[in-house]
Design a binder for this molecule. Structure first.
Ligand SMILES: [Zn+2]
Length: 202
């Protein structure tokens, strides 16, 4: 996936800026460990023609080893959270979301990072699972297919979430191509021309 700057036809511009998020939920330690590792060993994820930036998204929750301090960081990247002004005491994660949006966004703008991989853990028996937020995002679906082939024979599922309340408020959602993982089990399988994915049942 990160071999070099990627571009695909059909109107998708080159992928130049990639962020890897860990610690969105401070007690999910794989992402915390990996991001801290890559902050010290940047050469492992460096690729020519591309910025790859590891980032701890919720450092206060990571320090306490809790999911969040005031509110779930992975649910506040909507217009309400990102636009909240300092009239009342703002929850820590909303202040943090606004900082993250200013660094990696602004969400929905041409300046937003191209890809954000947000690393989570789950206690569900899912194995490695990639989360897709938009079934029309052909670039990300093809990238997932590449990741699945690269990981084989280890199985890697793809989970589609298109529930708007989740889709528009996740930490990774500020990227043009968000990639993440979510802790859900009920699903059905849907066929796609590049890779099959499972769809959440709400
Ligand atoms: Zn999580």
């Amino acid at each position: 996936m990160l071999g070099s700057a990627m571009s695909v036809s059909s109107g998708v511009s080159s992928i130049r800026r990639v962020a890897i998020f860990g610690g969105t939920h401070g007690n999910e330690l794989t992402g915390v460990f990996l991001v801290k590792h890559w902050l010290k060993h940047a050469g492992e994820i460096a690729r020519s023609g591309m910025e790859v930036r590891p980032f701890i998204t919720n450092p206060n929750a990571v320090e306490k080893c809790v999911r969040y301090v005031d509110t779930d960081l992975n649910r506040v990247f909507d217009n309400q959270g990102l636009g909240l002004q300092n009239k009342v005491k703002i929850p820590y994660e909303i202040t943090r979301a606004q900082e993250i949006n200013s660094i990696f966004g602004p969400k929905g703008s041409k300046d937003a990072y191209d890809v954000i991989l947000d690393l989570h853990n789950t206690t569900s028996k899912m194995g490695a699972t990639l989360i897709l937020e938009d079934s029309n995002d052909d670039f990300t679906i093809q990238m997932f297919h590449y990741i699945q082939k690269s990981m084989a024979p280890v199985h890697c599922s793809v989970l589609l979430i298109e529930h708007p309340k989740v889709k528009y408020a996740t930490t990774r959602s500020i990227a043009k191509h968000p990639v993440g993982k979510l802790d859900k089990l009920q699903h059905t399988v849907r066929k796609h021309r590049y890779c099959d994915y499972v769809v959440l049942v709400y």
